[in-house]
Design a protein around this ligand. Structure first.
Ligand SMILES: NC(=O)N[C@@H](CC(=O)O)C(=O)O
Ligand SMILES: [Zn+2]
Length: 437
């Protein structure tokens, strides 16, 4: 393994200095190293995504663990949490182990499987949570994402069950009775377009209920893709009461609004739907003040036939891995809402903490599973690194992305920030902006 000297990079706290990498670790100094001139570049701890749909097994025509891993590395990620809504569903130890192993074989990013909460995502019977936790994949996050665990008794049991191994239930908060036939955000836009609406209360009511359940059983709740100003209020209230709840927001909910539905272009169809400009403002403020803990991509690749069709027939979801950091720079850094220390926290430290990925043994090696992420940029820590050129601008082209799918909502948009290099345990997965495998 080569040694690297990253010269003159600007750390999250604003100081510019050198960083040496040897045998996968950050070290004091190194010799015979490959030098990377990083003057003017920003160094971040490797990004961690709490919410990635890799589509394997089942929809390898839309994405695979390999193509999704490449997209992740190119986006600056060193770890992604793979959602359970695959086919078959990741609701048993054998399946999460397979996803975890395939991720290791590709080796571009640590793929940490998320286990389903209920068998087959049917919302009724709990999946093998304990067996998945004890498996080689060491699952700590469980989610029926794509579906809401809507039965309060099932949600309560799941929250109770994962306490034994400090697991967390990541809820796709959507009361299904309130979103039957929904096509977009319920509001002025949906009334004008004549499309059935997905009201904010369908999300907010479930977050409030689940926060109370988590408090009642003394367990840990994570809320996926928070999308409304009301949800932010509920989260603020819950956190103020000391309830152990964390939340994520997607880059698209930080930038795009429901006015885009007027194009009837299904690329803008997503769950939860794009909301109003007021919601976007509230989400940005909540991410800035920590009410929302993390940015998560909800990278949701879809095959052509599932997106290039009528709005009502299209599947919800957008690509996100390769554009996440640039969108965060544009919406949060360039607006002055978040500094780079904040970016490091919301995109690396916090998501790693929520997913239980920060653990190390005494010798500085990862305990098990996918390994240690979201650690400080300090001597002795694993060299999971992202090097960004914040002043470079680039224009998104669907064909220029590493994903198999093409459903980016940002085609033609100019964005700030290119990923120059990504290091996974001291090995470059991206160098000079190019994937290394
Ligand atoms: N976000 C989406 O619109 N779609 C996701 C499921 C989900 O995250 O809810 C998918 O799997 O395609
Ligand atoms: Zn979801």
């Amino acid at each position: 393994m080569s040694n690297y000297l990253i010269r003159g990079a600007t750390f999250p706290d604003g100081t510019a200095k050198d960083l040496a990498v040897e045998n996968g670790l950050i070290v004091e100094k190194t010799e015979n190293a490959e030098v990377i001139d990083a003057e003017g570049l920003r160094l971040l701890p490797g990004l961690v995504d709490l919410h990635t749909h890799l589509r394997q097994p089942g929809r390898e025509d839309a994405e695979t663990i390999e193509t999704g891993s490449r997209a992740a590395a190119l986006g600056g990620y060193t770890a992604v949490c793979a959602m359970a809504n695959t086919d078959p569903v990741a609701d048993a130890a054998g399946i999460v182990e397979q996803v975890w192993r395939l991720g290791r074989e590709v080796g571009l990013v640590d793929v940490q499987p998320i286990g389903a909460v209920t068998l087959g995502l049917n919302g009724e019977r709990l999946a093998e949570l304990g067996a998945m936790a004890e498996s080689a994949a060491r699952v700590r996050v469980f989610s029926d994402d794509g579906h809401c665990v809507h039965d309060a008794a099932v949600m309560r049991r799941a929250l109770e069950y994962v306490k034994a191994f400090d697991g967390v239930i990541a809820q796709h908060a959507e009361d299904p009775k309130l979103t039957v036939g929904a096509q977009m955000n319920e509001g002025e836009q949906s009334a004008q377009l004549g499309l059935a609406g997905w009201p904010a209360v369908a999300e907010e009511a479930i977050i409030a209920r689940d926060a109370l359940l988590a408090a009642h059983v003394g367990s840990r709740l994570h809320v996926c893709h928070v999308s409304t100003a009301g949800s932010v209020e509920v989260l603020r209230w819950a956190k103020g009461r000391g309830i152990r709840v964390t939340a994520e927001v997607t880059p698209h909910h930080l930038l795009l609004t429901d006015e885009l539905a007027a194009t009837y272009d299904p690329v803008y169809k997503v769950n939860p739907p794009l909301r109003t400009a007021e919601d976007v403002t509230a989400l940005r403020e909540a991410l800035a003040d920590g009410t929302i803990d993390a940015v998560a991509t909800d990278h949701a690749p879809h095959a052509r036939e599932d997106k290039e069709c009528e709005w009502a027939a299209a599947r919800p979801g957008m690509l996100g891995l390769e554009t996440a950091l640039p969108i965060v720079i544009r919406t949060m850094v360039e607006t002055g809402l978040l500094d780079w220390q904040g970016v490091a926290d919301r995109m690396s430290h916090a998501p790693a903490r929520i997913a239980g990925l920060t653990g190390l043994t005494g010798n500085g090696r990862a305990t098990s599973g996918a390994g240690a992420h979201g650690r400080p940029l300090a001597v002795g820590e694993p060299a999971n690194l992202t090097l960004v050129d914040p002043s470079a601008r680039w224009t998104v082209t669907p064909d220029g992305l590493a994903s198999i799918s093409r459903n980016t909502p940002y085609a033609g948009l100019e964005l700030p920030g290119t990923i120059v290099a990504t290091f996974l345990r001291g090995r470059p997965t991206v160098l000079d902006g190019k994937a290394q495998a």
